[in-house]
Every structure is written in C-alpha cells, then in structure tokens.
Design a protein around this ligand. Structure first.
Ligand SMILES: [Zn+2]
Length: 172
C-alpha cells in the first residue's frame, strides 16, 4: 500500500501509535470479559460519523459491533453472528442503517462510476450491495437474519440512524 502523499511510509502511523501510548497509560479495560454483557450485536455502516457504542448508551464489553459498507447482512456478517450467538452470549441483533449513506438511494452503476471518476479501476465485477430502497433493504436484511437456520431464536430489529440529529428510529 502506498502511503498518502506527504507521509513517509515508516511514519505513516505515528499519530495513532503516539495516541495509543497515551491510551495505554490510562487503560482501564484489563479483565473485561469477551462476551457481550448486554447480549447485543450491532451491525452498522463503516461511516465515520457513527459512534456505535455512544449512540446506544453502551460501554466497552456491552456489545459485539460489526461494520461494513452500508450495514448490509452479508455471508461474513452471518458467520460472525453465529459465533456471537453461541460463544459470546448475543441474543438480540440490531441492524443500523443511516441517513446520507453512500450505498443507499442510488444505484450500483452510480457507485462504480464514482469510483472510476475518483481515479479508481473498473469495479463492475464487484457488488457493492447498493440499497436503492434503503428501508426495504433493511427489512430484507433483518429477514435474512431471522431466516438463517444457524441462528435459532433471536430478537432482530432494523433501525435508521440520522447522522445530522443523532436520532435512532426503528424501521422493523
Ligand atoms: Zn453508510
């Protein structure tokens, strides 16, 4: 991976390593159990405007957080949920989509074109799982979790988070 312009490769992570030294000095999570104390798994988008723990009033140790582009229920998400369900004490799952998501409201073709316009390669062999109808995609994704036979009895909800107001509303 080339470093961003203006950053030499061996200094590329200095800012975060320096911050970690400070974090370590006041580290208070030793001994925290790996199970989800609140029985929650939260799937949300990788959008950097979303603070999953904070917006839900959660602390480290409370929930399993899964993130991907668009908060979509992929095979990899289902794989993680099976482990969360049986090994990490998760019994309820929130799928949290958000307003202004780059992967909602448009089309797959538009995202391919945007990558191309940004100097990227032809990505048409990749599916970005763009949700043209975001609420319907959320319902479909929740249904996909419900109907996944490996998960058994789980409480599953679909939510929409507003990145401008901080409001979380239930969709399904
Ligand atoms: Zn998003």
């Amino acid at each position: 991976m080339p470093a961003a312009s203006g950053v030499t490769p061996d200094r590329s992570f200095d800012d975060v390593l320096t911050a970690n030294a400070e974090y370590q000095a006041r580290f208070r999570l030793a001994g925290l159990r790996p199970t989800a104390a609140r029985g929650l798994a939260v799937l949300t988008c990788m959008d950097s405007r979303i603070e999953p723990l904070t917006l839900l009033g959660l602390e480290p140790g409370d929930a399993k957080i899964l993130r991907n582009a668009g908060a979509r229920v992929t095979d990899d998400v289902l794989r993680a949920l099976v482990l969360a369900r049986y090994l990490l004490r998760v019994d309820r799952i929130m799928v949290v989509a958000h307003t202004q998501c780059r992967l909602a409201g448009g089309t797959e073709e538009e995202v391919h074109a945007a990558v191309r316009a940004a100097g990227g390669p032809d990505t048409r062999s990749i599916s970005f799982l763009v949700a043209t109808d975001q609420r319907q995609a959320l319902r479909d994704d929740v249904q996909r979790i419900w109907s996944w036979p490996y998960l058994g009895d789980m409480v599953v909800g679909g939510f929409l988070y507003d990145v401008e107001t901080g409001r979380l509303s239930r969709v399904c």
